[in-house]
Design a protein around this ligand. Structure first.
Ligand SMILES: [Fe+2]
Ligand SMILES: [Fe+2]
Length: 167
C-alpha cells in the first residue's frame, strides 16, 4: 500500500466527517436564525462530499456492487456484533445515558442494514430481480424500513411523520 493510497483513505475519512459535521452546523445555524450561514455550511458540505468521493474512487475502494454489498455486510456486522456492544458496555459503566441511547439505537439499526444488504446480495447472486421497494428512514434513530412507514418507530417510538422516504 503506497503512502498516497493511505493518505487518500485518511482524507476520505476526514472529508466524510466534515460533510456530516457541516450539515449538523447548518441545521444549528438555521435554528439560530442564520440562514445564509446555513447555506454556506451546506455548500461546503457538498464540496467535501465531492472531495470524499474523489479520494475514495482514486484509492480504488469502489468495487462492483456484488463486492460492495459484501463489504457493507461485513461493516454492519462488525458494528452490531463487536463495536457497538463494546461501546454500549462502556456507556453503561460510565452511566452515560445519552451515549447508551445513541449506541443502542444504532446497534439495532445496523443489524437491520446487514439483513437488508444480505437480502439484496442473495437476490443478485441468484440472478433474481431485486424487488422494487421504497425505504423509510426514521429521522430520530435511523431505523430503516421497507415498503411503508410504520405508525410508530419500532426502535425509538417516534411517530409516523418522522420517517423520511428514500426512493
Ligand atoms: Fe448501517
Ligand atoms: Fe426511530
Amino acid at each position: 500500500m503506497s503512502a498516497s493510497n493511505n493518505n487518500l483513505k485518511a482524507a476520505f475519512a476526514g472529508e466524510s466527517q466534515a460533510n456530516r459535521r457541516y450539515l449538523a452546523f447548518a441545521k444549528k445555524a438555521e435554528d439560530e436564525g442564520l440562514p445564509q450561514i446555513a447555506v454556506l455550511f451546506r455548500a461546503a458540505a457538498e464540496a467535501e462530499t465531492v472531495h470524499a468521493m474523489n479520494h475514495l474512487r482514486i484509492a480504488g475502494e469502489i468495487g462492483m456492487t456484488i463486492s460492495n454489498l459484501d463489504e457493507a455486510i461485513s461493516g454492519e456486522t462488525f458494528e452490531f456484533t463487536k463495536m457497538y456492544p463494546e461501546f454500549l458496555e462502556v456507556s453503561k459503566q460510565e452511566r452515560n445515558k445519552q451515549a447508551e441511547w445513541s449506541f443502542n439505537v444504532a446497534n439495532q439499526v445496523e443489524e437491520i442494514h446487514a439483513e437488508l444488504f444480505q437480502k439484496a446480495l442473495n437476490a443478485l447472486k441468484a440472478n433474481e430481480e431485486v424487488p422494487k421497494t421504497d425505504y423509510y428512514v426514521c429521522k430520530v434513530c435511523g431505523n430503516t424500513v421497507e415498503n411503508s412507514a410504520p405508525d410508530r418507530c419500532s426502535i425509538c417510538g417516534a411517530p409516523h411523520a418522522q420517517f423520511l422516504k428514500v426512493t
